[in-house]
Design a protein around this ligand. Sequence first.
Ligand code: NAD
Length: 309
Amino acid sequence: MYEKMINLLRRFGVEAEASKVFHEYVPEDKLLDFDGIIVADSKIPSRPIEKTEKLKIIQKFGVGVDNIPVELCKNRQIYVCNIPGINSLDVAEFTLAAILSILHRIRERDHMARKAEWSARPKVLSERLTGKIVGIIGFGRIGRQVAMLLKPFKVKILVYDPYVSDETIRNAGVERSERLEQLLKVSDVVTIHTPLTEETRHMIGWRELNIMKRNAILVNTSRGAVVDEEALYRVIKSGRLKSAHIDVWSIEPVPKSNPMLKLRRVQLSLHQASWSVNFFTEAAEFCVENIMRVFKGQKPLNVVWEVMH
Ligand code: NAD
């Protein structure tokens, strides 16, 4: 993705270079050199933002801007822009794939096939998604796409999101769960799509996990800290839940010592639910075009502080 953006920028006659740091703080003095920055997950420190005389725009390669000091940028009139919704469908498709993969035991069957354990086949039976109850926590861009993709499976969809209107719920053809507990109690599959806020931090903890149906599945592609990871580890290990798919982690990059990595009953990925060729290509083009707007003296699209409350 870096090469594509660098090539596009150079085609516009802009000098461009890629930083080698990933998911760490970008070296501070380096940031003072640039008129524009495109950033994915690396953290942008505050100090150079206070000092820079050149920087005009920080363009997020994605949606969440929690790695950028937005307020400070706003005070210094440095644009901070994102690309809302660009990868919602990728995360929604991934969520569906994760659910189906667990129910149809794709990992175990693959493992068995590689050992050619033909006679052991009846030991690994799958379960249909069709007819189950799916609980969606957070009914924004991704939550709604998940509901849309689930439609052909004839599942009952329950939604817990106190902030969406009855009209949104009605139009999506889903049922509102007034209380989180109510959704957890009856759902066979629970999938989380809220932002991480003070209210949602550890929203799914020991108590909530134990309210869930025995043998239910939990999928988290939102933010790691929405789930109490330690409690989830204990609940899965005890065999109370069937399985979980964890894409997002309480600490990222996830340390090799995290015990969840050794738990075979969970399905794991490394914050990659949105990483598709389609997203990378579209995002690279958007980021370059938005940066170029500013360099040409125009206002960029999606300035985040204009829509922040
Ligand atoms: P969104 O803002 O469109 O929707 C979030 C929804 O959560 C909103 O409808 C909001 O009302 C609801 N919500 C807020 N607080 C809530 C609460 N306490 N209880 C229930 N619902 C609540 O966000 P989105 O674009 O759909 O993204 C959802 C999540 O997915 C975010 O955490 C985002 O960071 C994450 N995400 C992950 C990946 C990945 O690769 N894993 C990629 C993109 C987004």
